[in-house]
Write a protein that binds this ligand. Structure first.
Ligand code: ATP
Length: 293
């Protein structure tokens, strides 16, 4: 279990406020942090990583104390075994991709770890390139691989996909989720993308002005348990078309457009661009032969 109890006065333009969080996280979970800009999400991650010192509180993992203001314990960041990926990549510009991974690796790391990460993150053709020759998505893939090269127990992701386009974002989400599972990580990720949060998280935390306003499964937090569908997909609403008694909603799910017939009351308040969940309790499957050319 990871216990996080922190108090820290944050200086904001609209007036100071306190990051005031009491949390217990289960190891192995994928946790997302969501909330308005300036609500303290990054400060919470930085406190956990040891990069920001709380005014008061206690942070421990598996019974081992990382921070305790009363006992004057402050374990340095490098001892906490935490990997960090930021919105803007922080690769060393004077090292190749492979060089960046090798630099991050700890002494005594298993031989072959770098090769494994290069394969996992599809970096084979990019391993000898320098960061400034890479696209945004490639840089973030390399940043993720570099964070994993440290063999962290906890992976902190601070909006790592914010600068990427939709398709690249979906791809990177898969890399993140498969690494989380493969390396049995506890992952905390800041995201402003509802579909991403619903797809990735076991637990989501809504932070508002430094305090937790809601916490639970994404379903509990965002949908108030309204849905109990067997099949659920998240997507973006493209358009609503009124057709006599029904409204047809076109929803972009992954790279497919799905049309959903809805009663006008079900789509009230929705507008194009909204993140939505399409759920169904049952479906009638149809089978087709795939024509191989
Ligand atoms: N070391 C610090 N001491 C005091 N205040 C700080 C410190 N670091 C950040 N702050 C302030 O805390 C507030 C919250 O910042 P933080 O980056 O944690 O928010 P956030 O929720 O991650 O925002 P965003 O979504 O825009 O990234 C900001 O007003 C910031 O200026």
């Amino acid at each position: 279990m990871i216990e996080i109890r922190v108090r820290k006065i944050l200086e904001a333009r609209g007036g100071d406020f306190t990051l005031d969080v009491d949390l217990e996280l289960q190891e192995g979970e994928f946790i997302t942090l969501y909330g308005p800009s300036g609500s303290g999400k990054t400060s919470l991650l930085r406190s956990l990583a040891g990069l920001l010192t709380p005014d008061k509180g206690r942070i421990s993992k598996g019974g081992k104390v990382w921070f305790d203001s009363k006992e004057r314990v402050h374990m340095p960041p490098q001892k906490r075994n935490v990997g960090y990926v930021f919105q803007e990549n922080a690769l060393f510009p004077n090292m190749t991709v492979r060089g960046n991974l090798q630099f991050a690796q700890k002494k005594g790391a298993p031989p072959g770890l770098i090769e494994e990460l290069i394969v996992d993150m599809d970096l084979h053709d990019l391993q000898d390139r320098y960061p400034d020759t890479l696209s945004g998505g490639q840089k973030q893939r390399a940043s993720l691989a570099r964070a994993l090269a440290q063999q962290p127990d906890i992976l902190l992701l601070d909006e790592p996909l914010a600068a990427l386009d939709g398709v690249m974002r979906l791809k990177l989400q898969e890399y993140i989720l498969s690494s989380h599972r493969k390396f049995k990580l506890t992952t905390l990720m800041v995201s402003h993308d509802l579909a991403e949060i619903i797809k990735l998280s076991d637990t989501t935390i809504l932070l508002d002005k430094g305090r937790i306003s809601k916490m639970g499964t994404p379903q509990q937090v965002f949908m108030g348990n309204k849905l109990s569908g067997k099949f659920q997909f998240t997507g973006t609403l493209l358009e609503l078309e009124v057709q006599s008694v029904i409204t047809v909603a076109s929803v972009l799910i992954g790279n497919q457009i799905v049309k959903v017939a809805a009663h006008p009351t079900e789509v009230e308040g929705l507008s194009p661009g909204d993140k939505v969940v399409v759920a169904s309790k049952a479906f009638n499957p149809v089978i087709y032969k795939i024509e191989e050319k």
